[in-house]
Ligand binder design. Sequence first.
Ligand SMILES: NC(=O)c1ccc[n+]([C@@H]2O[C@H](COP(=O)([O-])OP(=O)(O)OC[C@H]3O[C@@H](n4cnc5c(N)ncnc54)[C@H](O)[C@@H]3O)[C@@H](O)[C@H]2O)c1
Length: 413
Amino acid sequence: MRPEDLVHFCPPGRLIIGCGARHQLPELLARLGYRRGVLVTDSFFTGHTPWVGEYREAARRHGIDTLVYDGGLPDPTTTLCDEATASVRERLAGAAPDHVIALGGGSNIDLAKALSLTLPEGRPIAAFTGDIGGCRPLPLIALPTTAGTGSEATPGAILLDPANATKIAVMDNELRPRIALIDPEFTYTCPPRVTADAGIDAFTHAIESFLTLDSARFERGGNPDPGYTGRSALTMLFARESMRLCFAWMERAYQLGDDTEARIGMAYASLYAALSYGSAGLNAVHGIAYAVAGQTHKSHGSTNAVMLPYVLDALCDSRRSEMLEIAALMGLTGETPEHTARQVPVAVREMIGRLDIPTDLRRFGIAREQLDALCADALGVTRLAKAMPVEDVEGTYRRIIDNAWEGRLSGCR
Ligand SMILES: NC(=O)c1ccc[n+]([C@@H]2O[C@H](COP(=O)([O-])OP(=O)(O)OC[C@H]3O[C@@H](n4cnc5c(N)ncnc54)[C@H](O)[C@@H]3O)[C@@H](O)[C@H]2O)c1
């Protein structure tokens, strides 16, 4: 408990977790009265797993018709969303779906979130960016197959805008899934690269939201139903447990993909991270990573990872006691509290290196001449810049980016 907290916590409507939990879904949806669904996925799941066919058949036995759209792609664009809207509406031939199911990683879940808004009337997704204007999306059921993004518990969909190569967010608490069903068995087929990139994404969500702006200081812009509201004792509970699970299982899941305990551990780590950041929000790691992704088109997890140690380094003074808590979770000790705190970014960078992700911007493919534009783009994501808990956000972003390019951490001097 922290007396000053102002909690506005929005989890998904139902959370169902467990190995094999997917088999419960058709009966549950029938009981909730659903009759016609659109399942959004990609060709890996229709071509290489039995899950889509099995679900569709079981749902049919429960009186539910399901139209499958398997055109999902990594990092969906607004163009893909508009094309999918037109294609699914044509195939529905006037029939109105009463729910949308997402099967896949964050990309398919985000596409499904966007489609839950566009399918009813066929409007372009651009009509919903910024503010969904009181529109009621179709109920969404999210079945994550990676342990990373936590999109099954967040209010946003992230889409690439091909016009200017930046990521845009469609955000509203109405977009949170009605049901998030986490069946860790879905993640067993993830290849090592997807496992590592997703895992570090989950860890970034946990640690970044653990250190972010306090709920009492968070600017809600007069919104009575804000998606993100800063950290509270409640979000920090989930963040702590998520970090603990990541330290225990992330590298093991990457190295030994058939270790089911590691897979289950990371499924929980990802969800707990989402229950933290899905209300607390994020700041500079994601803010700068969006700009890095715009310039490099590398995966979401790896763009977060390359920035994470340098943002942590910048928070060592303003978040000293939290940094010491993380050091204890990692088993780090130093000569003084300051020295111990400054070991956290160093140890996190070593962990990222063990996941075979480049640990500075230069090796990530960014040229020195791109740094000014990178900084301007990152500061342009104002909702994240405003949540960075430091006095001089602009100067801090600049220092973080320079340090990330040089590979400079204060704990290494
Ligand atoms: N809305 C949010 O809250 C939120 C948060 C974080 C990230 N995101 C978005 O999520 C996306 C990244 O998602 P991701 O990291 O889950 O990866 P992804 O969804 O982009 O998937 C990457 C690849 O892995 C494959 N894959 C996924 N699950 C698999 C499995 N079980 N077995 C085999 N292959 C599998 C996919 O088919 C795809 O080819 C980015 O677009 C990012 O912007 C959204």
